[in-house]
Write a protein that binds this ligand. Sequence first.
Ligand SMILES: C[S@@+](CC[C@H](N)C(=O)[O-])C[C@H]1O[C@@H](n2cnc3c(N)ncnc32)[C@H](O)[C@@H]1O
Ligand code: SF4
Length: 377
Amino acid sequence: MTFGVYVHWPFCAAKCPYCDFNSHVRTAIDEDGWVDGILSELQWVAENQAGRPVVESIFFGGGTPSLMQGRSVGRVLQKIAALWPMANDVEITLEANPASADAARFADYRAAGVNRVSLGAQALNDPDLKALGRLHDVKEAKAALALAMGLFARVSLDLIYARPNQSDTQWRSELKEALSFGTDHLSLYQLTIEPETPYALLHRNGQLRIPDDDLAAGLYETTQELTEQAGLPAYEISNHARPGQESHHNLIYWRYGDYAGVGPGAHGRLDLGGRRTATAAIKLPERWRDTVTKAGHGFGELISVSSDEAAREHLLMNLRLAEGLDLAAYEQRWGEGLDARKIAALSDAGFVALEDGRLRATAKGRLLLNRVIEELV
Ligand SMILES: C[S@@+](CC[C@H](N)C(=O)[O-])C[C@H]1O[C@@H](n2cnc3c(N)ncnc32)[C@H](O)[C@@H]1O
Ligand code: SF4
């Protein structure tokens, strides 16, 4: 079973109005103390997990992990290396915000072992960056990208599309520019209006005009067309890579491997005491830290996942991927395969395609993935 470690750093310099990630703004951060909490959780996972799987990927996400000092990243990596065997080609990614991309700190990350950076550019024009509440402009985003590409062999860029007032023409030229930078991986997210964010309020009050469904579908198609032309096709709904440059970490999630998720609000899927367990850490950083200090971990939820539920999760995750689901492997893992008649009916309706023993969601099916899963299980 593939295994990865996700480390959540829950702090940001400012909260972007569209974002509902578990991210918090704090004036002073006792960084060593927060890292101590993360180390405790890692220790707890290693002690309670069945076996000692090889770590194939580590991902520092957030929040804004590029606010961490290199020393803190190093402490976490040393702890992971002390607890688990590490794959020779382990992928170690850190998410960076251009507003906190500092040359000396990036060099420290590299010295600590980070070998991949995922940079949140979000947009490539200043008015839109401002509307997104970003603390950086395009010049700074490009400087951060050049810095990252100079230091790390693997760099990914995040952009958000279907933004307020965005046209197909604008997105085409922006995406072409993003592709011209030459990164081998792009995460291209369609803007979602998340409940209880400032954007949700503006949207409700009619102060935020986002593309309607038709335009958004057109933008999605433009995204597929341009990325395919450039040799970075989608390998997942929002993730594009030159073949071979897919994020190992993303693939662990979507191929339904095991991953430990540590830090406030992190999620994991692990074999604990012989049972597949969904872990969810307490979201509020201060409450998480108190709990870690008392109990050694801050997992507010440790829920064992029934075999039926796990099979369903496996299906949902695999069908997000362009490579789809290996039907034989699925049947072997869960002891029961999918119903051939149901597959045939969904295939006739154009939601899935079956080829060489792999089941894939079509573009139409991907838009209604939950419904497709309902039909299949
Ligand atoms: C944790 S953030 C990345 C790192 C860093 N915090 C930053 O913003 O630069 C993960 C990514 O999720 C995407 N994202 C966040 N909220 C979103 C939303 N409401 N709709 C679409 N994409 C979103 C952004 O592209 C962002 O880069
Ligand atoms: S998008 Fe990134 S920087 Fe902005 S609030 Fe969310 S996690 Fe923080």
